[in-house]
Write a protein that binds this ligand. Structure first.
Ligand code: NAD
Length: 294
């Protein structure tokens, strides 16, 4: 069974269609929001917001994670991106270096599901850069298997990456941040707020991410570490780009702001929550979904 992003599944579309039926008619007129993606650069000048910060981004090789890597760099941070394999991590590193010449960016490829591997990799980052200020805990997989067909391995796999790896990275980063402070931002999902009709392991894992976020926010506040999560809606990825228009349209039609999210929309929220502008925010699950959850 393919391990793809569940948020983009037809079942998710069906869920959003139901959500649309519940929306007041007034809200549907928000479809007329202008699409201002073209002017992103003029509207969001984040240069300097993360100046001097050291950030680690898991799942930084593509999609949302890659956008976070770039936005962090544009905001002045030094970034270490994590990939699942050496080859993909190095590919992403070369790409970001060519797109942002002069940016201070590095790559690692620990096994995020293995506590020792994460500790060793994060310790090397701290040795090299002196500390870790920001952890973008973003790597994740999705599933859309029916409960009747779920295998034990599928369920273990999704909890292992989407929950245990988030715990491993938070623990390793927090031990380095303790005493100096820091910001941890986890990637949740809109389905952590309402579930979905198949692939129950995925929303279960994202509910757990919310639980970790709120609990760690409470536990780590005394150490100057803030912990928040971003809950993306449907975000344009390579997978979405391959889907036919007739499948995409009903999904987009159910988004009050009237367009699918871009990885940069999520990355902007990451920059904010990682920055000192969010210094009084912890334990938040910030929906960035074009208004799907209102
Ligand atoms: P993506 O598939 O493009 O990227 C996933 C990232 O996770 C990749 O960098 C990949 O290398 C990494 N990864 C996958 N398996 C790994 C493993 N075993 N070990 C280490 N890294 C691994 O997906 P995306 O859309 O960029 O998703 C990023 C996060 O956003 C995920 O946590 C996902 O659940 C969440 N999310 C995405 C959407 C969406 O619509 N795209 C919506 C809600 C939440």
């Amino acid at each position: 069974m393919p391990r793809k992003l569940l948020d983009l599944s037809l079942s998710h579309a069906a869920g959003m269609q139901i959500a649309l039926l519940l929306l007041p008619v007034r809200d549907r007129f928000l479809w007329s929001f202008p699409d201002r993606r073209d002017s992103h650069e003029e509207r969001y000048d984040m240069e300097g917001l993360l100046k001097g910060k050291i950030a680690v981004v898991t799942g930084g090789t593509r999609g949302i994670g890659y956008a976070i890597v770039k936005k962090y760099l544009e905001a002045g941070a030094s970034v270490v991106l994590c990939g699942s394999r050496e080859a993909t991590a190095k590919e992403a590193l070369a790409r970001v270096r060519s797109e942002l010449p002069g940016a201070e960016v590095d790559a690692i490829w620990p096994d995020l599901t293995d506590t020792g591997s994460v500790f060793s990799a994060f310790s090397k980052v701290a040795e090299k850069y002196g500390r870790i200020d920001i952890l973008a805990n973003n790597a994740g997989i999705s599933q859309r298997t029916s409960l009747y067909d779920y295998t034990e391995k599928e369920f273990d796999d999704i909890l292992s990456l989407n929950v245990k790896a988030v715990f491993n990275c938070a623990q390793a980063a927090a031990r380095i941040m303790k005493g100096k402070g820091g910001a941890i931002v986890n990637t949740s999902s809109v389905v952590s707020l309402y579930g979905q009709p198949s692939g129950c392991g995925y929303p279960a894992s994202k509910f757990a991410v919310n639980g970790l976020t709120k609990s760690l926010a409470r536990e780590l506040a005394k150490d100057g570490i803030r912990v928040n999560a971003v809950a993306p809606g449907v975000i344009r990825t390579d997978m979405v780009a391959k889907l036919p228009e007739e499948m995409i349209k009903p999904i987009v039609d159910n988004i009050p702001i009237g367009r699918m999210g871009e990885p940069e929309d999520i990355a902007n929220a990451y920059v904010f929550l990682s920055s000192d502008y969010a210094s009084y925010i912890t334990g938040a699950i910030l929906s960035v979904d074009g208004g799907v959850i209102i």
